[in-house]
Design a protein around this ligand. Structure first.
Ligand code: SAH
Ligand code: CA
Length: 219
């Protein structure tokens, strides 16, 4: 290990949480509620949510898009970070988990900023491309991994120049670096990472936060 790298011990992770995490109580509650579900671990990490909120403020985002809502944690993070006249279109196929999402968006007072679209995300993205290409400031991709490259390509069309795409799970529990891992999904994530790496239309950074978060800036 070189000196520019950190050894991510549980103690260090705890230190980061104790000394930088400011998770609003409504998000804490949603996290607790989601933890009761069998797929509860699909949610982004709290410090990752805080990081996304910071990025949204930094780029002054007003119009956002999310692919993969689940119980609405990341959409709520985005909606809370957007200005009062901001808007996020949130895509998912799960009409059940998103009922929880809608309840929390309402309780947080940001439901009017969020437009939920229940349909396969590729369909919603194709609809958006016809009228709203190059209008989004910020996009978060966190749905089915098999479609990541297709989501990415459509999202680049939807994003304005200078806009930001964040893609979740790009380190896949660290398995992307395990040459012996033969799982299809690991290979899918590796192929996606290569796709973005070779894409000259964007600047990128792969951040080791949560399960790996790739940031893509459209030149
Ligand atoms: N971003 C969420 C977690 C998303 S989990 C959070 O941080 O809380 C992934 C979601 O992708 C699931 O809710 C699943 O229903 C959704 N999904 C899977 N396939 C999809 C598709 N084809 N179109 C839209 N959403 C899809
Ligand atoms: Ca995820």
């Amino acid at each position: 290990m070189s000196i520019s790298q950190l050894n991510f011990t549980p103690e260090l992770y705890q230190y980061i949480q104790k000394n930088s995490l400011r998770e609003p109580s409504i998000l804490q509650e949603l996290r607790a509620e989601t933890a009761k579900l069998p797929a509860g671990q699909m949610q982004i990490a709290p410090e990752q949510g805080q990081f996304l909120a910071l990025l949204i403020k930094l780029i002054n985002a007003k119009k956002a898009l999310e692919i993969g809502v689940f119980t609405g944690y990341s959409s709520l993070v985005v909606a809370l970070a957007l200005p009062a006249d901001g808007k996020i279109i949130a895509c998912d196929i799960d009409a059940r988990a998103t009922v929880i999402a809608q309840t929390f968006w309402q309780r947080a007072g940001v439901a009017t900023k969020i437009e939920l679209r229940i349909a396969p995300a590729l369909t919603t993205l194709d609809e958006l491309i016809t009228h709203e290409a190059a209008t989004f400031d910020f996009i978060f991709i966190d749905a089915d991994k098999a479609n990541y490259i297709q989501y990415y390509e459509r999202c680049l069309k939807l994003l304005r120049t200078g806009g930001l795409i964040a893609i979740d799970n790009t380190l896949w529990h660290g398995r992307v670096a395990d040459a012996a891992d033969q799982e299809k999904i690991t290979q899918i994530i590796c192929a996606f990472n290569q796709h973005v790496y070779q894409d000259e239309r964007v600047a990128l950074s792969l951040i080791p936060i949560g399960d790996g978060l790739t940031l893509v800036y459209k030149k």
